[in-house]
Design a protein around this ligand. Structure first.
Ligand SMILES: Cc1cc2nc3c(=O)[nH]c(=O)nc-3n(C[C@H](O)[C@H](O)[C@H](O)COP(=O)(O)O)c2cc1C
Ligand code: SF4
Ligand code: SF4
Length: 290
């Protein structure tokens, strides 16, 4: 079986998940070709070579990031139905997040892609607040245990997985897609602290939408920001400021290693119930698969 999995990852969490899908699938002799949406270099005439198409993305304000559904609009209408699945990655296991693929689904349905299965993995926040390394590692470890179960169930045994969704929420969250109008405006006012910046150009070179440029010794920001936070998150000197969202800024990649030491959790009650539910469901599935 050959799968093509289109993905976007702002700060690397979704990329970790899709690479795990690819690794796990290969152990079952299933090939997953990973295609980075931001590279925009996929030849759509090759779609017919595949048995299933997947989309993976981080949830942004309950929706898929704008570049994901815009990319879906580029897909041609296929002659034969093509099975479609989604992989969502987010900071919290809220049922409202499960409808984030609805818009992309509608776009692809018109092009003969038939929705089959969807998955939601919790990975640490790159916005709002920094999860502790202990929490981040638990999320990562759980994802590593869930992926082989999902891959086997779906790609080997042919059993789809459907996330629980609330009726009509898909339309409601479409109204909440603040990011689509807010991000380009907010991204125009990003600032760089000249005293802290070491001019490594990491932010300029890694922006998926080329929103940042460095001209005549000055950083300039365009109106193409999709609020992925890659620029500020990866800045080695924490010199980046993301305007209105600056108080929610998270800087520095997570270690994803067992920290082996106590760390004060400043947000122990935030979305507590949804995390309990996620780990309970995950543990049940993991123990059932043994
Ligand atoms: C602009 C923005 C909005 C977000 N909105 C949500 C949200 O609505 N729900 C949620 O659970 N996580 C939300 N997150 C957190 C990310 O989905 C989460 O950190 C994810 O793991 C990031 O994946 P990535 O590293 O592949 O970009 C948001 C992150 C950003 C940057
Ligand atoms: S990533 Fe940070 S240090 Fe590097 S150029 Fe950008 S703002 Fe400066
Ligand atoms: S400017 Fe920063 S947040 Fe906006 S799209 Fe580029 S990397 Fe992402």
């Amino acid at each position: 079986m050959n799968i093509v999995l289109f993905y976007f990852s702002g700060t690397g969490n979704t990329e970790k998940v899709v690479k795990e899908w690819q690794k796990s699938a290969s152990s079952f002799n299933v090939t997953i070709d990973l295609v980075q949406i931001e590279k925009n270099d996929f030849d759509f005439s090759n779609l017919i070579k595949y048995d299933k198409v997947g989309f993976a993305y981080p949830i942004h304000a309950f929706n898929a990031p704008e570049n994901v559904w815009k990319y879906a609009k580029k897909f041609p209408k296929l002659d034969k139905p093509m099975p479609l699945f989604f992989i969502m990655v987010s900071g919290e296991y809220m049922t409202i997040n499960h409808s984030s693929a609805d818009k992309t689904k509608r776009i692809l349905k018109k092009r003969n892609f038939v929705f089959e299965s969807d998955y939601h993995y919790i990975m640490p926040y790159n916005m709002i607040f920094r999860h502790t390394e202990i929490r981040a590692f638990k999320m990562y470890e759980t994802m590593l245990k869930l992926v082989p179960i999902d891959v086997k169930e779906y790609l080997v045994d042919g059993v789809p997985h459907i996330l629980k969704k609330h009726h009509l929420v898909g339309w409601f969250i479409w109204l909440l897609r603040i990011e689509q109008w807010f991000a380009p405006i907010n991204g125009k006012f990003y600032k760089i602290n000249k005293k802290k910046c070491i001019k490594c150009m990491k932010c300029v070179n890694s922006c998926p939408t080329h929103n940042i440029s460095y001209v005549d010794g000055k950083f300039k920001f365009s109106n193409k920001c999709i609020c992925c936070t890659r620029c500020s998150f990866n800045c080695p000197t924490d010199a980046f400021s993301i305007f209105i969202l600056n108080n929610w800024r998270v800087n520095k990649p997570y270690a994803f290693k067992d920290p082996q030491k106590e760390e004060k959790d400043k947000h122990p009650h935030y979305c507590k119930k949804s995390y309990i539910r996620y780990y309970k469901e995950a543990e049940e599935r993991i123990s059932k698969s043994k």
